[in-house]
Design a binder for this molecule. Structure first.
Ligand code: NAD
Ligand code: UDP
Ligand code: UDP
Length: 345
């Protein structure tokens, strides 16, 4: 039988090869910036599986070669170490622009670099798209809604964002990236697509990524207390990565006719205390929690209204948090075990 690596998504057979009309007629050449990262590497797998030629551009700030090593040697796959803040010349049909650290810990580490990546990086990729007539997809974020005053959030909501806060390099950066995409669309006729992705989890997240799902899962496996920030009553809505990257998610948006923006997320809403409880039930019934101070400007609640994506993209997430969490545990266990062995434990 087929042997799957623990970090690869198992794709139902019926969904592989169900390629949108017009896409399969010729081998598409596709760039994925940030393709060595968590979401990017899963997307690259799907594109290669569909028969496309894929070029990954990544500076390995948070991405890892391990996420792509199974594709080395595949003639359809190419990996370029490059920083999107610098211009680049390529000839492709589509650009999936993901390059940007996504965890608050990573994007706050060098905020000026984060805003440069969002502004200059996106400008370069749009300039590239304009020159070669490629279609461009931006992975924006639910963070554009800031600490939302509308709940759940619809795409028509303009958001409540602090322009001078510690999160601004990311949320204002992504808002500017959306502005650039729309201005290249209106002004230069570039075909753009905008996805506003909500909190996503799954195999290949960095172990010490700092995001809440990866923290709780790694902590529970390592028998450390799960760190709940603040009172733990803030909410998020968690989407399993395969719902986002399977053929009818990001790829349907890219290949379809709608510009967006589209919310792509799972409307199932959890407090951080509820999330800790689900992780406890999934990994270790004896797991404990420990309260830590919260970070500045942390959004109090977040939940996508996905009616637009349902109606226009026929997209809907299928995997609940209770079903999705176990699917990332074996990948995390394997990597934590390897880490311990390397340390001689
Ligand atoms: P990630 O950190 O795992 O991946 C980001 C990738 O971009 C990494 O491989 C990193 O090395 C690369 N990168 C960063 N700066 C770069 C630069 N200047 N030049 C070239 N490469 C660069 O994060 P992810 O979770 O995979 O997120 C991917 C995209 O999706 C990001 O744009 C993020 O904003 C967006 N997004 C993710 C989530 C989520 O919950 N995962 C939610 C909303 C939006
Ligand atoms: N750019 C790039 N590759 C290309 C075309 C453009 O990296 O193939 C960069 C270019 O260096 C510029 C940005 O994209 O910094 C915007 O390009 P555009 O042509 O829109 O603007 P201009 O160069 O006229 O300022
Ligand atoms: N959080 C937490 N413990 C952690 C990491 C994060 O309680 O170890 C909280 C954080 O304060 C926020 C929520 O979990 O309210 C989601 O944080 P994350 O960094 O995963 O993503 P965000 O949605 O804030 O970008």
């Amino acid at each position: 039988g087929v042997v799957h690596r623990s970090d690869e998504l198992v794709v139902p057979r019926a969904r592989v090869g169900r390629v949108p009309v017009g896409v399969s007629s010729r081998r598409l050449r596709i760039v994925v910036t940030g393709g060595a990262g968590f979401v990017g590497s899963h997307l690259v797998d799907r594109l290669i599986e569909r028969g496309n030629d894929v070029i990954v551009i990544d500076n390995f700030f948070t991405g890892r070669k391990e996420n792509l090593v199974h594709l080395f040697g595949d003639h359809r796959f190419e990996l370029i170490r490059h920083d999107v803040v610098e211009p680049i010349l390529l000839e492709v049909d589509q650009i999936y622009h993901l390059a940007c650290p996504a965890s608050p810990v990573h994007y706050k580490y060098n905020p000026v670099k984060t805003i440069k990546t969002n502004v200059m990086g996106t400008l370069n990729m749009l300039g590239l798209a304009k020159r070669i007539g490629a279609r461009f997809l931006l992975t924006s974020t639910s963070e554009v809604y800031g600490d939302p005053l509308e709940h759940p959030q619809k795409e028509t909501y303009w958001g409540n964002v602090n322009p001078i806060g510690e999160r601004s390099c990311y949320d204002e950066g992504k808002r500017t990236a959306e502005t650039l995409a729309m201005d290249y669309h209106r002004g230069a006729g570039v075909e753009v697509r905008i996805a506003r992705i909500f909190n996503t989890y799954g195999p290949r997240m960095c172990l010490d990524d700092g995001r809440v799902v990866s923290n709780f899962v790694a902590q529970a496996i390592r028998k450390q207390p799960m760190t709940v920030y603040g009172d733990g009553k803030q909410t998020r809505s968690f989407q399993y990565v395969s719902d986002l990257v399977l053929v009818n998610g990001l790829m349907a948006l890219m290949d379809g006719e709608h510009v967006g923006p589209f919310n792509l997320g799972n409307p199932g809403e959890f407090t951080m205390l509820e999330l800790a409880e689900v992780v406890k039930q999934t990994i270790d019934p004896s797991a404990t929690i420990e309260f830590k101070p919260n970070t500045a400007d942390d959004p109090h609640m977040r939940k996508p209204d996905i009616s637009k994506a349902k109606e226009l993209l026929n997209w809907e997430p299928k995997i609940s948090l209770r079903d999705g969490l176990p699917r990332m545990v074996s990948d995390f266990r394997n990597r934590i075990l390897n880490e311990d062995e390397t340390k001689g434990m």
